[in-house]
Structure formats: structure tokens, C-alpha cells
Design a protein around this ligand. Structure first.
Ligand SMILES: [Cu+2]
Length: 152
């Protein structure tokens, strides 16, 4: 290719990478909730649906909240003997039109070192961080101690 074409391709690639940066602005968070905690000695968990309404894949890389000393996305897995355990989920890629579901028994936002107990009826702020540098803030309502899903 000649220099002109090369420049045009470089410009196009640059434009495309700039578009990718806008990816996380197309993220919609729905049905966020957390279960009330008994105290602060055990971690809390936050659940939500993280939907990518955009045309570019986005990668969820972490969460932050003033409600906890440390917050991390975990994945619960159950092995062939029925023993479940959880571990940090790492980066979670969400394709265009797809959603990552944080729900009991699967992915969840683990809230370690709760600053105060999570009280039913309260809500707390939580920020999702994405690989493109974008963040999405969400208010997480605290449901009852026996809640199993949003609004239940
Ligand atoms: Cu966990």
C-alpha cells in the first residue's frame, strides 16, 4: 500500500479505537440488589444485571464501593462432588447486546470488610470499572436477609 492509504488506515484504526473507548457508556445496570447482613464480620454480596446496549464489547474489570473496605467480583462454582467455592472472576467480557448476570450461585460482587451492616431499606453506591477506563455508578438497594432476587 502507498503512504496515503497507510495514513488512511492508521486514521481509521485510531477512529475505531476512540469509538471503543465509548463502549462502557452504553452499559446499563438493571435489578441491582444486595441482601441485608447480620453484622460486618461476614462479607456482603451485591447482585445485578450488567447489560451492554452498545455495538462494542466491553470488559468489566472491577467494582468499588464506599460500603466495603474491598470489593471484588467473584464467581461461585460447584464441582462434581457438589462442593461450591468461589474465586475472583477476573475480567468479564460482555459482548454487544449481551449481559453479565450477577446472581446468587454465580457471579457476585463480594463486599469484604463492610463498613457498616447492610440494613434492609438502605441503599449504597457501587461503581463498576471497565477496561476502557469508563465507570458506571449504580445505587444498590438492600433487601431483606432472606431475599433471593430483585424485588423478592
Ligand atoms: Cu464471593
Amino acid at each position: 500500500m502507498n503512504i496515503q492509504t497507510g495514513l488512511a488506515v492508521a486514521t481509521l484504526l485510531f477512529a475505531m479505537s476512540a469509538m471503543a473507548v465509548a463502549g462502557s457508556s452504553d452499559v446499563v445496570v438493571e435489578n441491582a440488589w444486595a441482601r441485608a447482613s447480620i453484622g460486618t464480620s461476614r462479607p456482603g454480596a451485591a447482585y445485578m444485571m450488567v447489560r451492554n446496549a452498545g455495538a462494542e464489547a466491553v470488559t468489566l474489570i472491577g467494582i468499588e464501593t464506599p460500603a466495603a473496605g474491598m470489593a471484588e467480583i467473584h464467581r461461585t462454582a460447584t464441582d462434581s462432588r457438589g462442593v461450591s467455592s468461589m474465586s475472583p472472576a477476573g475480567d468479564i467480557e460482555i459482548g454487544p447486546g449481551e449481559a453479565a448476570k450477577l446472581e446468587p450461585g454465580g457471579l457476585h460482587g463480594m463486599l469484604m470488610g463492610l463498613r457498616t451492616p447492610l440494613k434492609q431499606g438502605d441503599s449504597f453506591d457501587l461503581t463498576l470499572r471497565f477496561a476502557d477506563g469508563g465507570t458506571v455508578a449504580v445505587a444498590v438497594p438492600v433487601l431483606g436477609i432472606a431475599a433471593r432476587g430483585p424485588g423478592r
